[in-house]
Write a protein that binds this ligand. Structure first.
Ligand code: DOR
Ligand code: ZN
Length: 433
């Protein structure tokens, strides 16, 4: 017993091809992939997928699942259900939990909890320093052994260059990337929005682009000195895109992610959306946004990650200075990217699959990212004709705030298979599985 998905156009990130295919799932793996109309088997549930696009299960390397410690904002159960609804089958979660993910016990708790619920694979990213305090490095070897896939102090920048260099040396020994939240606190402290026209007009202290780019430039130099793989999180300023481009040109092992919000929004959002548009790093100037798009299209910014950062509706209802940074993102990332980049003709659907599945897997050493016989059956079906408004109240995530609320988007995920099971489904059973 399994599934025969008939006639979907399968976007292959490795070849760039998108052909109409039949996809056979048996147990938890893909049993056979062949051109549409060529698989004829009995005993499987047949799902007609004419007109739909099949993608390898999406992978988001930057989410906040909030457990342990902040389950009023999100839980591993709700966050992975949200991932499934967004077409994601693997996510990497950031360590700013309570307790911080700085011990093997917390790493194991997270992976165990995710397995228990079974909506998506969760790969913990462990803290680089105990308590995210920037004072003492964690035990990289033990954290790797427990299942961590990278190290990061996300939410805070590591202020000491000396400690960062040591961390890069150790991460290189473990063959793992360091994911950098670039923020020099001597430049960003007290800021709430991009240090630009909007913050000035609202008389709210700003976060200048240099707060981000000085640390990105520093860490590129340190990656060059150590030979380590440094991965830049949620890149936002034009100057940072330029620094990463130059680092790559010089052969440094630097990779980068960009969020849908930094690709699609600017500081102006705060004027109408208030704290719903408050995020760190902040939504920046139009020139920065344009540079992110250019960097994304030319590959300087390798992949898309959401920085899904749920908070309670009450927290996000506060004024800009009083509300926390961050908003929910994982349930709308695919239609945002499909509408802005694929529908507009800037990227092929196979290239988008590369940036949201295959490349993230490669950068973080994860399985999957492509569809082939023998692989874990992680698959997302997208309906390119579905046009729908973003309705945060219907999110599975406990975080209901997004500056994209009400935006009309095309190309929604309609079914997600995770390890051969239909974990999200809006077309075949018209409900949740
Ligand atoms: O906006 C953000 N929210 N940026 C971060 O770096 C942390 C995150 C959070 O944990 O809420
Ligand atoms: Zn961050």
């Amino acid at each position: 017993m399994g599934y025969l998905i008939r006639g979907a156009r399968l976007a292959d990130p490795r070849t760039g091809q998108t052909d109409a295919c039949d996809i056979l799932i048996e147990g938890d793996i893909f049993a056979q992939i062949a051109l549409a109309g060529s698989i004829d088997v009995a005993g499987h549930e047949v799902l007609e997928a004419d007109g739909l696009i099949a993608l390898p299960g999406l992978i988001d390397v930057h989410v906040h699942l909030r457990e342990p410690g902040f389950s009023h904002k999100e839980t591993i159960a709700t966050g992975t259900q949200a991932a499934a609804a967004g077409g994601f089958t693997q996510v990497c979660c950031m360590p700013n939990t309570s307790p911080v993910t700085d011990t093997p016990e917390v790493v194991r708790f997270i992976t165990h909890e995710a397995k228990r619920h079974g909506f998506a694979t969760v790969h913990p990213i462990a803290a680089m320093t105990y308590g995210l305090k920037g004072e003492a490095l964690t035990d990289f070897g033990a954290l790797k052994k427990a299942g961590a896939v990278a190290f990061s102090d996300d939410g805070r920048g590591l202020q000491s260059a000396g400690m960062m260099k040591r961390a890069l040396q150790l991460s290189r020994e473990q063959g793992m990337p360091i994911a950098v939240h670039a923020e020099d606190e001597t430049l960003s402290a007290g800021g709430h929005l991009h240090d630009g026209a909007v913050a000035h007009s609202l008389s709210i202290p700003g976060i200048p682009t240099e707060a981000e780019t000085t640390m990105i430039a520093r860490d590129i130099l340190l990656a060059q000195a150590t030979g380590a793989h440094v991965h830049m999180c949620h890149v936002s300023p034009e100057t940072a895109v330029a620094a990463i481009r130059e680092g790559k040109r010089r052969g440094v092992r630097v990779t980068a992610e960009v969020t849908p919000h930094h690709l699609l929004l600017t500081e102006e959002e705060a004027l109408t959306k208030g704290a719903a548009a408050k995020v760190n790093p902040p939504l920046r100037a139009a020139t920065d946004r344009r540079a992110c798009i250019e960097g994304f299209l030319d590959g300087t910014l390798d992949i898309v990650a959401t920085d899904h950062a749920p908070h309670t509706p009450e927290e996000k209802a506060r004024s800009i200075p009083e509300a926390p940074f961050g908003f929910t993102g994982i349930e709308i990332s695919l239609p945002l990217m499909y509408t802005a980049f694929v529908q507009s003709g800037l990227l092929s659907i196979a290239e988008l699959a590369a940036r949201m599945s295959w490349r993230p897997a490669q950068l973080f050493g994860l399985p999957g990212g492509f569809v082939a016989a023998g692989q874990s059956a992680d698959l997302t079906l997208l309906d390119p004709s579905e046009v729908r408004k973003v309705e945060p109240d219907s999110f599975r995530s406990l975080g209901k705030t997004t500056p994209f609320a009400g935006r009309k988007l095309t190309g929604w995920p309609v079914a997600t298979f995770y390890q051969g099971r239909l974990v999200y489904d809006r077309v075949y059973t018209q409900g949740e599985v």
